[in-house]
Design a protein around this ligand. Structure first.
Ligand SMILES: *Cc1c(COP(=O)(O)O)cnc(C)c1O
Length: 516
């Protein structure tokens, strides 16, 4: 018995009597209650009787049943399979979330990451027994240094925001080493939200630099604010409007002249890989989201990997451990090398207990080697081409605030201006997309445009797939303007109607739901 709707006929809103069902199912989209609402007081396995043991707990011993759901094996399998079918993933369809780079994950990477020599090793194994893994980390580091044009890299950070923390801690250590008390970090409006959060976490004070009318950093405002109290600037490039910051080199030169450091948020490296080397732009530290640019399954909290490349000025402060080539192999350097070398001799410490995300390293290197240098360049070119195709195909119906300033990079940004007068919002459009069978785009981010809609198609979508999304979005824009009322309660066809997201966040139901 797994249906929670027995005997109650549910009409699917807006679809007429024909779509009434007794089960609550919609065709083969099966209704599924919580695990705690199904099953009874039984177990899927036969457990031996509990042995009689002396009571050492006294009053603390549990007397009432703990209330775990009791399901047989097929019921358990069906429960999770049904839930998995209600999920949307890149393997189901286009996943246009801006900034997140949800692209196809080649199965080759998965195959490589599952090789026992990579998946079954332990970080505390003697180094002589994991030479292949250390060599893989070293090779990946070499690719990252070559692609970015930077002299040093820290492999251990475990995600983009973790990489930012690593970079800013190195900047902090470099300032401390020269007895410099400057603590202001300048963050443009078009930066990713993690940037100011990271700076504050490292003890810096954040000041905003406005964006100009073209959605880029306001160069004059930036130059005017530089001074002896500015520790660093944090610039996202390409920025969160999906635009390249053409003044980055000019800004970097000015920051350096004023004694500060340049942190570049390189999470969106997929837009420029093989075309632009951040080292040529005067960057001192930059994280690269391996899970975005070099493709691994991510989202839902992980896993990620955010190596950070460093300039000569910051390299000595990079974290431990790091892999070094020796005469007859590779070694993991775990301690500061006070006399022996100039690199890492002033490391700020560790980001993680061990080496970083080995599984992600294998996937990223597999991706790089299967694409080759020319293929990686093509990745960036196709990602930018696809985003511009979306921008060009929608900008007559959707308001595209920066479309007149030239092409975008890997993502296309729209505002909600085109919905003016309908009473409908970006949220309504996103919900209507669900009825059309698409995961919504990123909404209300970046903050620099009203009701932002950020679409990142990625390079792995075909023209046919982009045309399908464009067709749906064009149709929605037209229908929403013609009959706004019909869209106020979207989605109508999904397993759930519009949820009260505030209540879901403030009053989560984490266990039994009242039968009533
Ligand atoms: C995704 C992203 C981040 C954060 O990366 P995580 O791996 O999610 O921590 C930071 N900056 C930008 C520009 C991003 O797109």
């Amino acid at each position: 018995m797994t249906m929670n709707n027995v005997g109650r006929v549910t009409r699917i809103e807006g679809t007429g009597a024909v779509a009434e069902t007794w089960t609550g199912n919609r065709g083969l989209m099966l209704e599924e209650p919580l695990l705690f609402e199904i099953g009874g007081d039984r177990s899927g396995v036969d457990l031996p009787d509990v042995p009689v043991v002396p009571d050492r707990l006294g009053d603390l011993a549990r007397t009432a049943p703990i209330g775990l759901p009791g399901l047989s094996e097929p019921e358990t399998v069906r429960h999770y399979t049904r839930l998995s079918r209600q999920n949307y993933g890149i393997d189901l369809g286009i996943f246009p979330l801006g900034s997140c780079t949800m692209k196809h994950n080649p199965r080759l990477n998965e195959k490589m990451a599952r090789l026992p020599g990579f998946s079954d090793i332990h970080p505390l194994q003697p180094q002589a027994t994991v030479q292949g893994a250390l060599e893989l980390i070293d090779r990946l580091a070499h690719w990252l240094l070559t692609l970015t044009g930077m002299p040093a890299v820290a492999m251990s950070p475990k995600a983009g925001a973790h990489g930012e923390l690593c970079g800013m801690l190195a900047i902090r250590a470099a300032l401390d080493a020269r007895g410099d008390a400057r603590r202001v970090v300048l963050v443009p409006e078009s930066a990713h939200g993690t940037n100011p959060a990271t700076a504050v976490f490292c003890g810096f004070t954040v000041e905003n630099i406005p964006a100009d009318a073209r959605g880029r950093v306001d160069l004059a405002a930036m130059q005017a604010r530089l001074g002896p109290d500015v520790a660093a600037v944090m610039i996202t490039n390409p920025n969160t409007c999906g635009l390249f910051e053409p003044d980055l080199k000019t800004i970097a030169d000015a920051v350096h002249a004023a004694g500060g450091f340049v942190y570049c948020d390189g999470a969106n490296f997929n837009a420029i890989v093989g075309r632009v080397r951040p080292g040529d732009l005067g960057v001192d530290a930059m994280h690269i989201n391996l899970h975005k640019t070099f493709s691994t399954p991510h989202g839902g909290g992980g896993p990620g990997s955010g190596p950070v490349v460093f300039s000569e000025a910051l390299a000595p402060f990079a974290p431990l451990p790091f892999v070094r080539r020796t005469r007859d192999g590779f070694e993991l350097v775990e301690e500061m090398q006070a006399q022996a070398s100039t690199d890492h001799d002033r490391s700020f410490g560790r980001m993680v207990a061990f080496h970083g995300q080995m599984g992600m390293f294998v996937r990223a290197l597999s991706y790089m080697m299967s694409h080759g240098a020319d293929g990686l360049r093509q990745v960036a070119e196709d990602a930018v081409l696809n985003a511009n195709y979306i921008l060009a195909s929608l900008k007559d119906l959707y308001s595209a605030p920066f479309a007149d300033t030239g092409p975008c990079m890997h993502e296309a940004l729209f505002s909600d201006d085109f919905l003016e007068g309908t009473g409908l919002t970006t949220l309504d459009l996103a919900k209507a997309m669900i009825d059309e069978g698409f995961h919504p785009m990123t909404m209300y981010f970046p903050l620099v445009v009203h009701g932002a809609m950020l679409v990142e198609p990625t390079e792995t979508e075909s023209k046919a797939s982009l045309d399908q999304l464009i067709g749906a979005l064009r149709s929605l824009a037209e229908r929403m303007k013609a009959d706004p009322e019909a869209f106020r309660t979207s989605p109508h066809l999904a397993p759930r109607r519009r949820l009260d997201e505030t209540a879901a966040a403030r009053k989560p139901v984490l266990g039994f739901r009242d039968a009533a």
